[in-house]
Design a protein around this ligand. Structure first.
Ligand code: TEU
Length: 558
């Protein structure tokens, strides 16, 4: 029998990117002590769960998404005892803790990989994918492309007679999940952390763990050649079900998968409660509304109509298929939301941030808030590639470095899209490093830290944090948000996102303007408005026109 109580449906999850959240010992690098010192801040916001991006021991090539020891902590973050303290203190405040489970790959400094490369007859050799190259071992085994713009096969050194597979950087070798021992190791890691008291996992690129075993070259594509062999592979469901039955079901925990390039059909299966695999999984269909083919560098004008269509599809899917899904606009891989999705991070930054919050936090699903989003932090506006640390950005640049003109042409785009935009240190106040640390941080602080920081936001009459607080209170108060159905209104309107939520108890009406100008409310809706009570708005306005980026939430009891 599963011990799951499905608490995740009532969770409001705050994502912490630990190296940039709060530095407790002033070495310029965020840590667990820093997180502990901010628990009251998070409690007051109203969240009841934290997702920690990886804090495990790691050479930090991909900021911890390259793990060298799953059962120990990267020393700059602290110790295992600090984590125990964090779990205890968070639990005392009613806050649950999710770890980031990165098991598609390890670091190349993981003991398993080190043993695998030092001795071919070691059992660890079969923990990874080693293959002979083509053309006398001079060419990789196949033409698969990876996520960071480079090939997926590397040799440990010039003289190696085999290549190993890595879908991300060459320091992140992929684990061979076909090997039952690897799966046992993962079960063991899950149980280790669950026994320590964590409440669940965000599962990194979990839909890549099963690969088609022919390892043949595929027809070349613009991006991710070979991905049909490694995205949602043949044994994915079986592997996930094994984790569920051998570990997850014994604890009242939850999982949220990061499932890249997955369709609704894929997630329907992965998150079907009857199948006992994942509880929910991220889709990126809405955040990909401003690019082509899910590739952020291939920019496309954002269309609200397209965005609404995606949300409409997913919200209706929840009801139809009895699944559940995460709601989000930001994470550590995405650009900041304010300034994106047609909004403005300058003159109308505050209403934009509040409107965006309203647009997704009143939907059915589990909302995620990424650190800094609750005070409307903006992109970093990098001017120079040297300011950027992210391995993905540098790999992309290297890929283009051969041609001077190409490099010049795309550098601006790459700076704008760099994941470091959302990874700058959290700004707590206007002191030299934004109150994040007393020492120069690992990544530069946002230049607008004097204007955009927690202290200043809390002092403002138009606090974004307080607005989030209210949205969270509303979520807790009105059952219609969790249980009600979803109805999109005015689906062809290119400026307004308006929807209704309905259950036996009440009807909620949400109005969001994505327009940077004053616009009129649709006539029919204006007439209807007196039947409702307005419970939240980001302007002091209740007229028939909407201010730039205005948002309102109304309720009507049946
Ligand atoms: O991200 C998976 C992923 O697909 C991203 O790398 C994506 O392609 C990229 O961010 C788009 O800009 C997860 C983690 O969230 C990410 O931080 C890791 O780098 C990656 O897996 C490897 O573990």
């Amino acid at each position: 029998m599963s011990k799951h109580t499905n608490w995740y449906k009532d969770a409001i999850i705050y994502q912490i990117y630990p190296r940039s959240f709060c530095d407790g010992n002033d070495d310029g690098f965020g840590d667990i002590k820093g997180i502990i010192s901010k628990l009251d801040y998070l409690k007051e916001l109203g969240i009841n769960c934290i997702w920690l991006s990886p804090i495990f021991d790691s050479p930090q090539v991909d900021n911890g998404y390259d793990i060298a020891n799953y059962k120990d902590i990267y020393p700059k973050f602290g110790t295992l005892n600090d984590v125990k303290e964090l779990i205890k203190k968070a639990h005392n405040l009613g806050i649950k803790i999710l770890m980031d489970l990165v098991v598609n790959h390890t670091s190349d400094k993981h003991e398993w990989f080190l043993k695998a490369i030092s001795d071919k007859s070691s059992p660890y050799h079969d923990y990874y994918y080693f293959k002979k190259g083509k053309k006398n071992n001079k060419k990789p085994p196949n033409n698969w492309q990876g996520f960071f713009g480079e090939g997926t096969w590397s040799k440990v050194d010039e003289n190696s007679d085999e290549y190993y597979l890595h879908l991300f950087s060459k320091e992140q070798p992929d684990l061979n999940w076909e090997n039952p021992k690897v799966r046992k190791e993962v079960v063991d890691i899950l149980r280790f952390w669950l026994d320590l008291g964590v409440d669940g996992f965000r599962c990194d690129v979990i839909n890549l763990i099963s690969k088609k075993q022919d390892f043949k070259s595929r027809f070349p594509k613009l991006i991710l050649t070979g991905s049909d062999a490694y995205i949602n592979g043949p044994r994915l469901h079986e592997f996930l079900h094994q984790l569920y039955t051998e570990a997850l079901k014994d604890y009242d925990c939850m999982t949220v998968g990061e499932t890249v390039f997955s369709s609704m059909e894929d997630l329907k299966k992965l998150c079907d409660p009857k199948r006992e695999e994942l509880d929910m999984a991220f889709s990126f269909e809405h955040t990909d509304c401003d690019n082509y083919f899910g590739v952020k560098y291939l920019k496309r004008k954002f269309s609200l109509k397209r965005f609404k269509k995606v949300i409409n599809k997913w919200e209706n899917n929840i009801d139809k298929n009895n699944i559940w899904y995460p709601l989000f606009l930001e994470n550590h891989d995405q650009r900041r939301s304010v300034g994106r999705f047609l909004t403005d991070d300058k003159k109308f930054r505050r209403p934009s941030a509040m409107m965006l919050a309203t647009s997704y936090m009143m939907l059915k699903g589990t909302p995620f808030i990424y650190q800094g989003q609750e005070i409307g932090m903006t992109n970093a506006y990098f001017e120079n590639v040297d300011e950027i640390k992210d391995v993905e950005t540098h790999n992309m640049l290297n890929l283009c470095s051969k041609n001077y003109f190409v490099r010049k042409l795309i550098t601006k785009n790459i700076l704008e899209q760099s994941r470091d935009n959302a990874r700058t240190p959290m700004c707590w106040d206007d002191s030299i490093y934004g109150g994040f640390s007393k020492k120069e941080p690992w990544l530069r602080v946002n230049k607008n830290k004097n204007r955009i920081n927690v202290k200043r936001d809390l002092e403002s009459h138009h606090s974004i944090y307080r607005y989030y607080q209210k949205l969270i209170e509303i979520r807790k108060k009105y059952s219609v948000i969790k249980n009600g159905n979803f109805k999109l209104l005015y689906k062809n309107n290119k400026n307004l996102f308006i929807y209704k939520r309905n259950d036996n108890d009440s009807e909620m009406l949400v109005i969001c303007s994505f327009k940077n100008n004053i616009i009129k409310l649709p006539n029919k809706l204006s007439i209807e408005l007196d039947k409702y009570e307005c419970i939240l708005k980001n302007y002091n306005n209740d007229l028939n026109y909407l201010m730039p980026y205005e948002a309102r939430v109304y309720i009507k009891r049946h």
